[in-house]
Design a protein around this ligand. Structure first.
Ligand SMILES: [Zn+2]
Length: 333
């Protein structure tokens, strides 16, 4: 059966694949109207095939979250026939109720990024895309079933705040996010989750708690009458990552047993019904201006370079505009 599920993971997850924890065939980077995706692998499991994409490339952390070409990655998976994406994400807990190594199926997001292209529909007005529920409820249920069957410690609730990075949050920022109601902090779920919705894909995330956010407190986790020292915390987080192959295999089993019931495949139905876009998603981006398309085709590899150039160009224009029209930005002028 053709693979319809994909996992997008970070560097630690890719290291597992590189070390042979998955039986995988490298399909390589895919060309898209938005540049090249990161290399994609087709993995085999007892319960069927799935795709794996390493967000940050294949040589360590060589693409930082701000410069990941999220649009190319999501587009490439859609084009391969993917219908459901599971994001595997490292987080830091703002709330000390979460334990190091614990899994969290997050159910809401606060977007604190400011540099990332966050829509496929940059060159046309399309109106709004609803964000409730943010994550696919059906895929979330499959993930909680997976974690239950694998006897993992997890929480099925949490609000994730996505910061721009690469720097860490300040203590004041962590307190601000806590006052917003955020529980976990990370750098990767945005704009992935929003882009997946624009291509009518199911998307949910398994987060694992790798450490605590910089809240300015001297908190040290205390379990079973003892302080959990730093080496033990690192070991706990590593163990959480190493369970990934088993969890993905179990998820494939769960998905086969419990077909999903959700409305993700019709998240753009309103825009299709109004005639703004056609029923064939491949035609949605036909009117992208020549410049980005030509640029994307000219890059030998690494779509992020295309996005980086594009980002710089956009920043330059914004700067020029502010310099030429200071009255619009400075009320004292
Ligand atoms: Zn769904």
């Amino acid at each position: 059966m053709k693979a319809t599920t994909a996992c997008i993971g970070g560097t630690a997850a890719y290291d597992l694949l590189r070390e042979g924890a998955f039986l995988a065939k490298r399909l390589g980077p895919q060309n898209t109207p938005f540049g090249h995706s990161q290399p994609i692998h087709l993995c085999n499991s007892r319960y069927g095939e799935f795709f794996f994409l390493s967000r940050h490339g294949e040589t360590g952390f060589n693409v930082t979250p701000s410069f990941v070409n999220y649009r190319a990655n999501i587009y490439a998976l859609k084009e391969l026939g993917v219908r459901a994406i599971v994001s595997w994400s490292e987080t830091r807990a703002i709330c000390h109720n979460y334990k190091i190594g614990e899994y969290v199926i997050v159910d809401d997001v606060i977007d604190e990024t400011h540099l990332r292209p966050n829509t496929f529909f940059e060159h046309r007005g399309l109106g709004v895309v609803r964000q409730w529920p943010v994550f696919c409820p059906s895929l979330q249920r499959a993930l909680t079933t997976t974690l239950t069957e694998e006897r993992c410690e997890y929480s099925d609730h949490g609000t994730y705040v996505c910061i721009e990075g690469p720097r860490r949050e300040t203590a004041a920022e962590a307190r601000k996010f806590a006052s917003y109601g955020a529980h976990l902090l990370g750098t990767t779920l945005v704009p992935e989750v929003f882009l997946a919705k624009e291509l009518q894909l199911c998307y949910a995330s398994i987060c694992y708690v790798a450490s605590y956010a910089e809240t300015g407190s001297d908190f040290r986790p205390f379990e079973n009458g003892r302080t959990l020292e730093y080496p033990a915390q690192v070991e706990r987080a590593r163990a959480a990552v190493e369970r990934l192959p088993r969890l993905l295999e179990r998820l494939m089993d769960v998905l086969q047993r419990t077909p999903g019931v959700c409305h993700c495949e019709s998240s753009m139905q309103h825009h299709i019904a109004s005639g703004q876009i056609s029923w064939d998603w491949r035609t949605w981006f036909d009117d992208i201006p020549d410049l980005p398309r030509r640029r994307a085709d000219n890059w030998a590899d690494g779509g992020y370079e295309y996005d980086y150039e594009y980002f710089l160009d956009r920043m330059r224009r914004q700067y020029d505009y502010q310099r030429d029209e200071p009255d619009l930005f400075d009320s004292q002028a």
